[in-house]
Design a protein around this ligand. Structure first.
Ligand SMILES: [Zn+2]
Length: 576
């Protein structure tokens, strides 16, 4: 939807901003040595392990592993998406974000017309609820459900008159059609989608109306009707009540996910303002990612019946890939025959909030559910639990929580932790040499050390290129990333690591780059360049060693050509 932001602009931003100032304006920093430190804003800790480096222009937490450049910081700290973070960063420096594509302006205009017609429709419906005598049945219904005029106003509730052309006769029909407010007749012509219904406007988190939900006031079916998917409305992305919730609290302690519009309203009426509802669809990962931008704890409310159980399990499955450390999910199952609306009405908000706080942790729910029909006293049962649970746990992002879930699986299935754990991923293939830097903090193959140095100090490229190595001739594990990094530095000539890091955002090598860029070297006497060249030598030595071994093997198996024999000789001489 957004126009492309020119690459050069982003790089320029990363050069002009000082990450120390930026972070300091959100998290006060203290200077120690060449770094600035603070208690990490991304995990809870007593002693500071969050550090910001002015030279490299990035931050890193030794506790939780969070790290990145100024853009990553804003994305993580302020829960922004990439474009929003660029916009914020530009604002921090005081410049406007240029856009490349002309199409962007065009698209923006089209959507603004859609947003505007949706807003006008909402205003019309609100007005109808107030003044149309036909709406008294809707007003009665709201009163019967115990909802006050304040709540009706806060959520902009409205009434759609029971006419075929209430909207169609008032507003531009082609816009109404695009906005999903009209239905086309088969033989031509249009009519209002919502008629004789109570209307719930759905806002996105930028407070724009993107669609509507509508409830009948008699026995007509379906009971609830939603806007269809349009250019501005997608059920899998929006959540009812989120915009209203964020008005009250930008960072709620927790968010409750319920099933219906009326649940959200009833809870708000009783002071539980922090609930949202999915729009007649299952909870998606997109929903969860969105919610976790604003809170660290999500509680799902489900009905106690079989359908509710099924929905809960489905939601749990979506949750696993979102469970980074520090995020919590709980499952609250309603007592038989209740939904949140009826329960809070019957028991009051104190008792309801107590139930929220005591809702079952997702880990407990998961192990209870998955083992419900398994006899864990038998070896067969234990191995069944292992096979069934493991694929889910493998979806959890790396971190303490993942480790603890595997530890629990090992306990529950009475297996050793080693059997449960996945094999650690091979980092760079076979590595015979292990390089240790001065104090032994960074370990890895020489090629990874070379890459890490280049990422952290792009200016080392000069020293590297003075060695005149022909990388295209070489081939061993981990070399691809080195080639990519060398090429990137040659291409964009980054002024600092942050710019280089940005280049890799979204690329397949992003993850390994972010790991290596945060490697901690303790460079004492010799200086960075000497360390770096030492690593380059080790890398070449490893390369030779591998070539040597290859030649030996070939000699034993099929014999060497004269040329190869010469090479073997030279390599052996050098080795001495
Ligand atoms: Zn941390």
């Amino acid at each position: 939807m957004s126009g492309r932001i020119p690459r050069e602009f982003i790089d320029d931003l990363l050069v002009r901003v000082d990450i120390v100032d930026l972070v300091d304006s959100h998290v006060p920093l203290k200077k120690t040595g060449s770094n600035y430190v603070a208690r990490c804003p991304f995990h809870s800790e007593k002693t500071p392990s969050f550090s910001v480096n002015r030279t490299k222009q990035f931050y890193h937490c030794f506790g939780c592993g969070a790290g990145g450049n100024a853009i990553s910081f804003l994305m993580a700290f302020s829960h922004l998406d990439f474009v929003e973070a660029i916009e914020d960063l530009a604002g921090f420096i005081g410049v406007d974000v240029p856009r490349e594509a002309m199409a962007y302006q065009q698209a923006k205009q089209d959507y603004s017309a859609l947003y505007s017609i949706l807003e006008q429709s909402a205003v019309f419906y609100v007005e109808q609820l107030r003044s149309n005598s036909e709406a008294s049945v809707a007003v009665e219904y709201l009163k019967k459900r115990g909802l006050s005029g304040d709540i009706a106003q806060e959520f902009s509730l409205g009434y759609a008159p029971n006419k075929w052309d209430a909207l169609a006769s008032r507003f531009d029909n082609s816009l109404l059609l695009d906005a999903g407010m009209l239905v086309s007749k088969e033989g031509g012509g249009v009519y209002d989608r919502f008629r004789g219904r109570l209307i719930f406007p759905i806002r996105d988190r930028r407070k724009r109306i993107v669609g509507f939900g509508a409830r009948v006031l008699d026995d007509t079916l379906p009971k609830y009707l939603n806007s269809p998917e349009t250019s501005v409305f997608s059920k899998g992305k929006e959540l009812y009540g989120l915009s209203e919730l964020l008005e009250k609290s930008a960072k709620p302690k927790r968010i409750l996910v319920v099933e219906g519009y009326m649940d959200v309203l009833a809870l708000a009426q009783f002071g539980v303002f922090y609930s949202v509802a999915t729009l007649g669809t299952a909870t998606t990962k997109t929903h969860l990612d969105l919610l976790f931008r604003f809170t660290s704890e999500i509680i799902f409310c489900f009905d106690g019946d079989a359908a509710g159980q099924k929905a809960a399990w489905k939601a749990v499955q979506e949750v696993f890939p979102c469970l980074k450390d520090g995020r919590q999910v709980r499952i609250m199952v309603m007592p038989e025959g209740h939904d949140p609306d009826s329960l809070i009405r019957e028991q009051g908000s104190d008792s309801f909030e107590e139930k929220i706080v005591n809702a079952q942790a997702m880990s407990d729910y998961f192990f209870e559910y998955i083992a419900r029909d398994i006899d864990l006293h038998t070896v067969e049962g234990q191995s069944l639990l292992m096979t069934q649970a493991k694929p889910y746990l493998e979806k959890i992002p790396a971190g303490f929580f993942r480790g603890m879930m595997f530890a629990r699986l090992s306990r529950e299935s009475s297996s050793s932790l080693l059997d449960v754990l996945e094999k650690p991923a091979m980092l760079g293939g076979s590595q015979k040499l292990n390089y240790k830097s001065s104090k032994g903090s960074a370990k890895g193959s020489p090629v990874r050390i070379v890459v890490a140095h280049l990422l952290q100090n792009p200016q080392l490229i000069d020293a590297f290129e003075q060695r005149s190595l022909d990388l295209s001739e070489m081939n061993f594990p981990g070399l691809d990333v080195l080639k990519e990094v060398v090429q990137a530095i040659d291409e964009i000539k980054p002024s600092n690591s942050a710019v280089l890091m940005e280049y890799f955002r979204g690329k397949p090598s992003e993850k390994v780059v972010n790991t290596l860029i945060n490697w901690d070297f303790f460079i004492l006497n010799k200086g960075v360049e000497a360390e770096f060249l030492g690593a380059v030598d080790l890398m070449l030595q490893q390369l030779e060693e591998e070539r040597l071994n290859g030649l030996w093997d070939k000699e034993k198996e099929s014999g060497l050509s004269a040329e190869e024999r010469g090479l073997l000789g030279r390599l052996l001489v050098r080795k001495k």
